[in-house]
Design a protein around this ligand. Structure first.
Ligand code: ZN
Length: 159
């Protein structure tokens, strides 16, 4: 679970309109990059993002283990989240697009016209002031289960 201080969120203007989209875009990018470090499958990692967590009163991203029984992915993430965030930032900076594209922060329709710059800012602030706390696996996700968490059971029953 990665949270941003309310102060930083305010400074970035994240709580307003389209900019909130940059927060979830940051989450999606982190989720995409993280499996490289965790050596897991992308679908092993669940993501929920809240621009203003009802529990923490500030923006929160929840990256969690979707493997049945858990295989310690959140512990690994806790230890290595900075590497993951740095890698995500490198993706943003390394992409040749101007405003964001599916190869980096996502299509403009999803992350907003200013999404690429905002996601870069958010990642830089996360690296500077963000706090990653391991969520308590006994408690699960705080607050109501965000619908996105359970939304993609694609292929779950296959094989
Ligand atoms: Zn791009």
């Amino acid at each position: 679970m990665l949270t941003l201080s309310e102060e930083t969120a305010g400074a970035l203007g994240l709580q307003t309109g389209a900019r909130a989209a940059a927060w979830s875009a940051t989450g999606r990018l982190l989720r995409r990059v993280a499996p490289l470090f965790l050596r897991c499958q992308p679908q092993d990692l669940g993501l929920a993002s809240e621009i203003k967590s009802s529990h923490f009163e500030r923006p929160a991203l929840f990256l969690y283990d979707r493997v049945q029984g858990g295989v310690g992915l959140t512990d690994l993430l806790y230890q290595g989240w900075r590497e993951v965030a740095e890698a995500a930032l490198a993706v943003v900076h390394g992409c040749a697009c101007a405003q964001g594209c599916p190869a980096c922060v996502g299509p403009i329709e999803e992350c907003g016209p200013d999404g690429k710059r905002l996601v870069g800012d958010v990642l830089e602030h996360l690296l500077g002031t963000g706090v990653f706390e391991p969520a308590d696996p006994e408690e699960g996700l705080p607050g109501p289960q965000p619908e996105a968490a359970e939304a993609a059971p694609e292929g779950a029953a296959e094989a």
